[in-house]
Design a protein around this ligand. Structure first.
Ligand code: AMP
Ligand code: MG
Length: 494
């Protein structure tokens, strides 16, 4: 193994300086290794926004040097690649040791962002896997990361995708791709579960101290949870997770694989696999074809998040030492999630103040949307325009049960009669996106990309980066899904 020397820890021309916070934890937490090269790489997509975030020179990002580096064929100067070890509960069952089986962390930049190559080859944690990711799932992860950011939802970001003609065997033979992902940290609940399950308390504490010092320094304040920094950490993560679930549920996002190893300690959306934005509002919708029990159905996500936080609490218990304090820290999720969800739903309805009757209004419309199988995104966008234009006919048209909708509209109109309509519709148009990454849109970009045409991916990326803008001429991307959309089957295979 040929690792870069400490003296290489600066770069110069490509504009990346490194700090390597996670690597400083030491070898119990990871294995240092190099990515495995892929033949004949080509560019598939890139995000200028993320390049800016990293301070990367955009001209350089188009260079062959960058192409080779982000495919894992050469090492960025100063990077210190590693795969981290974690464990976790998958589909409600303890799965034991997992780890970065195909993601390789290049390191952390001086600006505090970790850069990971997903699909960069086998690691000691690959188990039976090939360490690769296919083009199809890489395009979905790339687009969705940037779409979530455009929606204002906490997420890992995606700098670029490169592709290679190298074959990857899934249900059929596909081709390989590498997504370069970026986040302040990729530490998961599963990292803590790992050291806890193995009775490695010094490592558990080192990891907790690292996460607190880097990301939650407020946990050191004596006023928080009886001066117990580890309980305070659990509370902070519970709060971030509640905030995230509020976002997911309000926008109609299904993650698909909410295993504890896919839960971010920073409350970010990570590990995009068989995710889906709802088309019709079906509360029990299961987007992951491999999830035969429906554990991760849309309407179960908030409870699953709590279940996952409970696993984290158990993992942290040796540090928290007091079960009651741990429970109290967890409890914050139970009050914060409903509050977060309500607040987002109020914005979706353009309700400018908070009143007790709003709960009934929100429950009422969600029930009607479900009973009538109304398209979730289109409903909210049309409602936003209806408030702006004082014309509710286009919204009414979405419901088979017109009488039911009229009745709801009556109480909505009564409750908003005195509100400033311009202010309300303005809020609604900034809360209810016109464009979301529907499965069929992703599929169209994937099919074109497989034929070497990346223009569809670029168009979609542009729309999704600014999903609240009208983008004249692109209404087809905001239309009802075609019939074939419901037959798309997305599974864990990626
Ligand atoms: P996921 O459900 O994609 O989050 O993956 C669960 C675990 O399986 C993680 O430890 C991944 O790194 C690992 N994994 C998934 N796909 C592969 C693959 N093709 N090769 C190696 N490891 C993989
Ligand atoms: Mg994962």
């Amino acid at each position: 193994m040929n690792l870069p020397a400490e003296s290489d820890l600066t770069t110069g021309h490509i504009g990346l300086d490194w700090s390597h916070g996670f690597a400083a934890l030491g070898p119990d937490f990871f294995t240092e290794l190099r990515p495995t090269p892929l033949p004949s790489p080509h560019w598939v997509g890139a995000s200028s926004d993320v390049a800016k975030l990293l301070g990367l020179d955009e001209t350089w990002l188009r260079s062959d040097e960058a192409l080779q580096a982000f495919t894992g064929n050469t090492l960025l100067p100063g990077s210190r690649p590693l795969a981290s070890v974690y464990s976790g509960h998958q589909f409600g069952v303890w799965a034991g040791q997992l780890g970065d089986g195909r993601a390789i962390l290049l390191g952390e930049t001086a600006g505090g962002l970790e850069i990971q190559l997903k699909g960069a080859g086998r690691t000691p944690y690959s188990r039976g896997g090939d360490g690769r990711a296919v083009l199809r799932s890489s395009i979905r992860e790339f687009l969705c990361s940037e779409a979530m950011h455009g929606l204002g939802i906490p997420t890992s970001r995606a700098l670029c995708i490169t592709g290679s003609p190298a074959h990857v065997r899934r249900e059929t033979i596909e081709t390989a791709a590498v997504v370069t992902r970026v986040a302040p940290s990729f530490v998961r609940f599963g990292h803590f579960e790992h050291f806890s399950a193995n009775d490695q308390e010094p490592q558990l504490q080192a990891l907790a101290d690292y996460v607190i010092d880097r990301y939650y320094p407020e946990c050191r304040s004596a006023s928080t949870l009886a001066g117990n920094p580890y309980a305070a950490l659990l509370q902070c993560v519970s709060e971030r997770t509640a905030h995230l679930m509020g976002h997911w549920q309000a926008v109609g996002f299904c993650h698909g694989v909410m295993n504890t190893d896919n839960m971010s300690m920073l409350g970010l959306t990570i590990d995009y696999g068989p995710f889906q934005f709802l088309d019709a509002f079906v509360p029990g919708h299961v987007c992951n074809h491999s999830d035969t029990q429906g554990r991760y159905a849309y309407n179960r996500q908030p409870n699953v998040a709590y279940w996952n936080l409970f696993c984290l609490a158990q993992a942290l218990l040796p540090l928290i030492e007091d079960q009651e304090i741990a429970k109290e820290a967890l409890e914050s999720y139970k009050t914060l999630f409903p509050a977060e969800f309500m607040s987002r739903m109020r914005s979706k309805l353009g309700l400018l103040q908070s009143r007790a009757e709003h709960a009934q209004l929100i429950d009422g419309i969600l029930l009607l949307l479900a009973q009538n199988g109304v398209d979730y995104t289109i409903f909210w966008r049309r409602l936003s325009h209806a408030v702006q234009d004082s014309d509710f006919e286009p919204v009414r048209d979405l419901f088979a049960d017109r009488a039911g909708f009229d009745q709801w509209l009556l109480s909505y109109s009564e409750q908003t009669a005195l509100d400033d309509k311009a202010l309300a519709s303005n809020l609604m148009l900034k809360t209810n996106p016109k464009f979301v990454l529907r499965n069929h849109l992703g599929e169209q970009a994937i099919q074109a990309a497989k034929l070497g045409d990346f223009s569809e991916l670029q168009t979609l990326q542009r729309l999704l980066e600014h999903p609240f803008d009208e983008h004249p001429g692109h209404d087809a991307y905001a239309a009802f899904p075609p019939d074939w959309a419901s037959s798309i089957e997305i599974s864990c295979s990626s």
